[in-house]
Write a protein that binds this ligand. Structure first.
Ligand code: GLN
Length: 487
């Protein structure tokens, strides 16, 4: 028996749409009904516009009736993290600073999804300005983990992961600066892919740390994730860091690329702090690949221990610069009490930003200040190069690197009040951003009490097709991703 519409795959849904067994309006109505039924418990969305979504669905049905359907995404609902611009829709970054801001334009990814016929709907909750690992830093209240409602969904793209897991959308987009797609994917039993830096345009993404940020897809299967990646990837003249890379057919690669792969296991990623149930699930996945003829080899990424320190210098430096634009003058919150220009800046920022964002801006301003720039920022950039070199050295001997995505399964809301404890959630994901590499998190088990566990596959630059094929090989033989939450 097939799943309810809101839990079907893109392949199933697009076949049903093409055969006229369902309409895009039927599908959108099913997703809306599901959202109405579960959203008060999950709180994945900051806002949505059912009427606009249904209008897009009608347009899709009309295209199809004229024989102008645009491919597998035509009529498929996709939710967007509330940091990706959609014309005429709120764009808040889960911040009071942008609570009333409406985007005047589409991000490149939004535009490409529209061209593919997808229904861009819903503004998905997140940590404020993408700073956090639990979605508790949202100014509009936390998102719950659909598999354990008292636990966090991860972050910062927690709404994007939770909505897909809960059947409130078919697929979604998030952004990943230090783990914000992969870690919530692992907490919510979905697939989440962070592309190679430069593969996906950042035009229309509210910037956090520009040298690390990438937009990427979430899906309940590797194939759904591959289809969305194919729609959003590729060169964009409006993003100067966008790479002129060929975009392969990621979906076709799932069938055509079969390995066997040479898999590297970095010993630095299996040490202190790794939860035993996570370790056991990831090790079982390694044994599966061995059983498929893959070679498994220990590799070393010796500068791993500096990752968190380097990240919190570079990311905060870049965020202090990027967030300087929110000054109450041209857009965003403006304090009602301010009496002159300086007070407008100070009061608007004091009122508009939450505590984690302020902490980062202060830290970033400090590491860039004269006298400290060389000691912190410049040195961090040098260590960043060493971290990238570690990966490139490892890739002389192996095709991919396999690690846990996060050291633990989802934790309880409120459990990590200390910012440093929160920062440590990203120890296995941050190196990938510093090195600019692609990586995907794939469901690989559950804890005894039912919380999802994910593994991370890290690829070589622009190696997404290989990564997705490798993830698909695992997924075909395991049913983790099909276990639905009891909501
Ligand atoms: N958790 C990390 C941070 O707080 C990463 C966030 C992200 O990838 N956007 O910065």
């Amino acid at each position: 028996m097939s799943d309810a519409l809101h839990y079907q795959s893109i392949a199933e849904l697009s076949a049903a749409l093409q055969a006229r067994r369902i309409s895009a309006v039927d599908l959108m109505q099913a997703v809306i009904a599901r959202t109405r039924a579960v959203e008060d418990r999950v709180h994945a969305f900051n806002s949505y516009d059912f009427e606009d979504a249904l209008a897009q669905a009608r347009a899709s049905d009309e295209r199809r009736a004229r024989g102008e359907a645009r491919g597998p995404l035509d009529g498929i609902p996709i939710g967007l993290k509330d940091v990706i611009a959609v014309t005429g829709q709120p764009l808040t970054a889960s911040s009071r600073m942008l609570q009333t801001f409406v985007s005047p334009y589409d991000a490149t990814v939004t535009q490409r999804l529209r061209e593919a016929g997808a229904i861009c709907w819903g503004r998905l909750n997140m940590d404020e300005f993408a700073m956090g690992s639990s979605t508790e830093n949202s100014a509009f209240g936390p998102t719950a983990n659909p598999y354990a409602l008292d636990c966090v969904p991860g972050g910062s793209s927690g709404g994007s992961a939770a909505a897909v897991a809960a059947g409130e959308t078919i697929v979604s987009l998030g952004s990943d600066t230090g783990g914000s797609i992969r870690q919530p994917a692992s907490f919510c039993n979905v697939v989440g892919l962070k592309p190679t830096y430069g593969l996906v345009s950042r035009y229309g993404l509210i910037a956090f740390a520009s040298s690390l940020d990438q937009i990427g897809p979430f899906g309940r299967s590797v194939e759904d994730t591959a289809i969305v990646l194919g729609a959003i990837a590729g060169h964009d003249p409006r993003d100067s860091t966008s790479w002129r890379a060929d975009v392969p057919d990621y979906r076709a690669a799932l069938q055509s690329r079969r390995g066997p792969w040479r898999i590297g296991i970095p010993r630095e990623y299996f040490g202190e702090g790794l939860d035993p149930e996570v370790a056991a699930s990831v090790q079982a996945a390694v044994r599966f690949y061995e059983s498929q003829g893959c070679t498994v080899k220990d590799v070393s990424l010796p500068h791993t221990e500096y990752g968190i320190g380097v990240y919190y210098i570079i990311a905060t430096a870049e965020c202090s610069s990027n967030l300087a634009r929110f000054d109450g003058i041209r857009y965003g919150h403006r304090s009602k009490d301010a009496k002159d220009a300086v007070e407008i800046y100070a009061e608007s920022r004091a009122e508009g930003f939450g505590p984690e964002v302020k902490r980062r801006i202060i830290l970033g301003t400090y590491v860039l200040s004269s006298g400290y720039y060389d000691a912190y920022y410049l040195r961090a950039q040098k260590v960043r190069t060493l971290i990238r070199q570690d990966f490139l050295n490892a890739y002389r001997d192996v095709d991919v690197i396999l690690t846990p995505t996060a050291p633990t399964p989802a934790f309880r809301r409120g459990a990590k009040a200390d910012p440093l404890a929160m920062y440590l959630c990203d120890i296995y994901t941050i190196g990938v951003n510093l090195a600019g590499l692609p990586a995907v998190s794939v469901p690989c088990g559950f804890s005894a009490d039912g919380r999802p566990i994910g593994m991370q596959l890290i690829g070589q630059p622009f190696g997404e097709a290989e990564l997705l094929a490798m993830a698909h090989t695992y997924e075909r033989a395991h049913a983790w991703g099909q276990r639905r939450p009891t909501l």
